[in-house]
Design a protein around this ligand. Structure first.
Ligand code: FAD
Length: 310
């Protein structure tokens, strides 16, 4: 089922979750045992992040050789396994950085072979791509996906029919950190939509007014695809410092105060979860189609928020 059809046919707001592939060597039971707690809430789809390979130059017998390493298990393998284990609709993240267009085409055809219909197209972080055979921006990746949806491949392929991917992209209610200003960032978001993407998932934010202005502004610019807010449950004091630093987001002072007034771990946890529940209730009252939770593969905080929203 395509994410856009899930949204169209859903009679109430949906939940989706994002997970991170565990480190290499983790057993499937460890990840899926953790996720079982979240599957009780029947997420409409589950997205799985993707990470650029680490590339190093190592000297072997006097020769400099490039070594490519992955720290985490394969995104697509997790998607395929989760689809058969839980019957959940998987949405792998596909990134530009660290992949050539040929590798991306191979990956997308493998996903299609396994019946996956949704993908999230991202530039990714990590060392920039260069050259004719790599995608630079997420809009280039969306264009490649749409060419495949028209049956156009990098090299002519016999007996290859069209793919039919439903494509999501990232949006930034507080602006992408590299963009010089909001206007430029929104013009670049429009490029991704005009290239043929079907829905937007936002970066995490904690101030709903930023999300509402973003939603109004993109509608004014003719972007009419569904916009799904991305929400990260707060449950540790460290989040107050780390999340703004890593994700370029602001946490309102009132939210910080509501957590900082506690010292005991369980009180901090409860205050954070209550604040996330309040944030989600406000979003739902403002007509969002659903909420995408950045679970980071830890089930309990997202489950506790969902329990509070029941
Ligand atoms: P783009 O849309 O390509 O934009 C990147 C920057 O370039 C922006 O500043 C934009 O304004 C600018 N820009 C875009 N097009 C042009 C153009 N044509 N000319 C000039 N400037 C342009 N990262 C990962 O590594 N793996 C993941 O799995 C992952 N999942 C994510 C999921 C979500 C929902 C979100 C919100 C982010 C995710 N990220 C992930 C992080 C993301 O990859 C980074 O934020 C990255 O820096 C930008 O990705 P993008 O797809 O938004 O890039």
């Amino acid at each position: 089922m395509k994410v856009t059809d899930l949204i169209k046919h859903s009679t109430k707001p949906f939940t989706s979750i994002e997970i991170i592939p565990p480190k290499k060597g983790t057993r499937m039971e460890t990840l899926f045992g953790e996720l079982e707690g979240l599957m009780r809430y029947k997420p409409a789809f589950m997205s799985v992040t993707s990470h650029a390979h680490e590339r190093t130059i190592e000297e072997v017998n006097g020769k400099k050789i490039e070594r490519i390493k992955n720290k985490r298990l394969d995104t697509n393998a997790i998607c395929i396994a989760a689809q058969s284990r839980f019957g959940v609709v998987p949405t792998p993240h596909v990134i530009c950085r660290g992949f050539t267009k040929d590798e991306t085409e191979d990956m997308l055809l493998t996903l299609r072979f396994h019946g996956l219909e949704n993908v999230l197209a991202l530039r990714g972080d990590g060392p920039p791509n260069d050259g004719e055979f790599a995608n630079i921006y997420a809009s280039d990746l969306v264009e490649q996906m749409q060419r495949m949806n028209r049956g156009e491949y990098l090299d002519p392929m016999e007996n290859a029919d069209k793919t039919d991917f439903c494509i999501g992209v990232a949006g930034y209610p507080e602006k992408h950190f590299e963009a010089p200003d909001f206007d430029t960032d929104l013009k670049n978001l429009k490029k991704k939509i005009d290239a043929g993407s079907h829905f937007i998932i936002t970066q995490m934010f904690f101030d709903n007014t930023a999300f509402y202005s973003f939603r109004d502004e993109i509608a004014r610019r003719g972007i009419n695809v569904p916009v799904i807010p991305g929400i990260k449950p707060l449950y540790k004091k460290q989040h107050l410092e780390a999340l703004p630093r890593i994700f370029y987001t602001k946490i309102p002072q009132a939210v910080q105060d509501s957590i900082n007034r506690f010292e005991k771990e369980e009180d901090i946890y409860r205050a954070g979860i209550d604040s996330t529940i309040a944030q989600c209730k406000d979003l739902l009252a403002h007509g969002v189609p659903g909420i995408h939770f950045y679970s980071m593969s830890v089930a309990k905080p997202t489950s506790d928020v969902l329990e509070g929203l029941k």
